[in-house]
Design a protein around this ligand. Sequence first.
Ligand code: SF4
Length: 256
Amino acid sequence: MNEAARREFFTRLRAADPHPRSELDYASPFELLVAVVLSAQSTDKGVNRCTARLYPVANTPAAIASLGVEGVTPFIASLGLYRNKAKALVGLAGILEREHGGEVPRTREALERLPGVGRKTANVVLNVAFGEPVIAVDTHTFRVANRTGLAPGRDVVEVERKLERTTPEEFLRNAHHWLILHGRYVCVARSPKCGECIVADLCEFKDKNLPGTKPKAAPKAKPGVRKPASPPPPPPRGRQPMAKTSRAGARRGRAR
Ligand code: SF4
C-alpha cells in the first residue's frame, strides 16, 4: 500500500471513530496492566466481569500482593488459564512493590520483566496508559495489516516494526485501537465484511468477500508462526522409524 492510500486508510478509520478506546475497563495504569494480563485467550467482556468484582477489593500492587494467589483466584476463575494468571498477577504486584515503588514502569524492558507480560502487553500499556507511539500487534491487527497490504509481515514483530515505521505520525497514537476494532468487527477472520468496509477500495486483499463472490477459506497461519521455505524431504525407503522421528521434528520446528 502506498503512502497516500495508507494516509487515507487511517483518515477514514479516524473519521468513523475519532476517539477510540480500549474495550477493557480500567481507571489506572495498574488496573490496565492487570486487565491486559487477564485478557490473554479471554474476551474483554469476560475480563471486565472479573475486574468489576476484583478492583473494589484490590486495585493496587500492595492489595493484590497481600491477597495472594489463593485470594485472587476466585475473582478470575471464569477465565481461561486462571491459575497461571493469578500467579502472574501476584508475582508482578510483588515486583512493582519491591522494585518500582508500587508504580507501573514506563519502559518496555521493565514491563517485559514482569511475569505474564510479553511484548504485546507491554506495548498496550505503553500506548494506552502512557501515550507512547507504539503499536501492539494482536491477532486482529496482524490479520488486517497482512490482508490489506498495510504492513505485511511473517510475524508480529515484523508487522509491528513496519506499522510503526510507515504509519503517519498523526495516527500513531490511536492506530492500534483502530486496527484491532476493524479486525474485531469488520475484517473478521472467517468471513470479512468487505461489503460494508469503509476502506475496501484501498484494501489490497485479493479474495474480498463482496456480494456475488465466494471468499476463499481464511489462511491458517497464525501470528508468530513462520513456515519453512520448503517442505522437509520425504523419508528414505526402508527406514521408517527414523523417518517418523524426522517428521515429528519438522512439525515441532514449524510449531515454534
Ligand atoms: S475490504 Fe475486506 S479484507 Fe479488506 S479491510 Fe475491508 S473487510 Fe478486510
